[in-house]
Design a protein around this ligand. Sequence first.
Ligand code: NDP
Length: 470
Amino acid sequence: MTQPAQIGLIGLGTMGAMLALNIAEKGFPIAVWNRTTSVTHGFKAEAGALADRITPTETLADLVAAIKPPRAIILMVPAGEAVDQQIAALRPLMDKDDLIIDAGNALFHDTNRRAEEAARLGPHFLGIGVSGGEEGARHGPAIMGGGLRADWDRVAPVLTAIAAKYKGEACAAYMGPAGAGHFVKAVHNGIEYADMQMIAEVYGVMRDGLGMEAEAIAKTFEGWNQGPLQSYLIEISAEVARATDSHSGKPMLDMILDRAGQKGTGRWTVIEAQHLAATIPAIEAAVMARNLSSRLEERLKGEALFGAAPQPTTQVTLDQLEQAMIAGKILCYAQGFALISAAAKAFDWAMPLPEIARVWREGCIIRSSMLNDMATALTEDPARNLMLAPFFADHLKSSHGALRAVVAAAAISGLPVPALASGLAWFDMMRTGRSTANMIQAQRDFFGAHGFERIDGLDDKHGPWAGHGI
Ligand code: NDP
């Protein structure tokens, strides 16, 4: 007999179905509803040994009635309008003390708005970021929660039970009020974009610069996965480089069109960084590269007109490439965490930076051994930029020369490495005490009489060009 449900879930798509099975497997009876009813019944029919813990429902009223109060219902539907529609449909059916949890990839501004509406109209509302794709949802995702602390605590037993575990520690944590969880998830995705882009860039240097075959590239990634770069993304990059296409017998990678897709979370991260005046150039470069990748026709015209950019190089070693990746990765994460710090300040959200690094150590797409060291560095001093933490400063001191060599050789040989190059430029700017912004200030004063500060502290804000402005 089916057990009374402790929690509900709406949206049995890729993520929702896997989350529901994960919840049931951890011992929590669950009621489910899907817009297309046949999917709901099919889900129960295929749940095997877990079917006893699953209550399929055909209407939202049945769903609500199937859950023990105070109720909690997870939404796993596409971000945007679908979430608002479901909340509007559930509101009259649920009690004020019940809880709706949006576990999709919502824009955090929407989550802020929904949290505010929930405070006025009920029921309670949590926005949680879930990372790890289908596999993570089924066997343990990373979970980043936002909303009222008491609401998080109410469902924490379920969320920590289903989350990934790093040495027994659950990769699920409360990130702060309202949209804080979805904000952290968006930054996670931004970092994911940059990490993937940098891997694609070193792949390009190996393929087009060093003329390496896919198998040799796979072996290189495999080797890197035994060192400081150990991570899910390097691991799967080795696997995809090794895979063979069953149709042509060629390396699978060689048969895949170089037009990268995106769902927009990287773009949101970049837009928000601009609003917050946070500097995340490696992530911006990664979003730019995805956008540019889709302009295949234009790229082909460019190649026909100017000749193919990528040329072979003998100026880069595999060891330098690995070191460049290490430096690039540290810089990209330093940018991501600095963005979270900026948001915490601007929105007055006490976001737990070390906890964020800990939550990302398992379950999510950017999981990597380096995140454990980042958690340690952020525990020592959450306000300090990661690149200044002694552990990562030491890494950067020994690896930024290789990053420079790789970026320089790539530039000379026409091998595009935008994320690595912008990471390097950021690093160089971050260690330049006397920058060139004095020229910007002079120009601004010249044409707009904007004034400047002097290095000697004198109160003379304008240059001798006063009166030249337009
Ligand atoms: P899918 O497209 O696989 O599933 C979408 C689900 O939502 C289906 O059950 C669908 O029902 C339902 N749905 C669609 N539109 C509506 C609507 N207007 N009202 C009610 N139900 C609706 O999506 P995913 O599972 O991949 O993604 C769900 C959420 O999770 C998204 O926000 C996504 O960004 C996020 N996410 C996805 C990840 C992934 O790797 N796929 C990773 C992390 C987060 P029906 O069967 O009737 O079509």
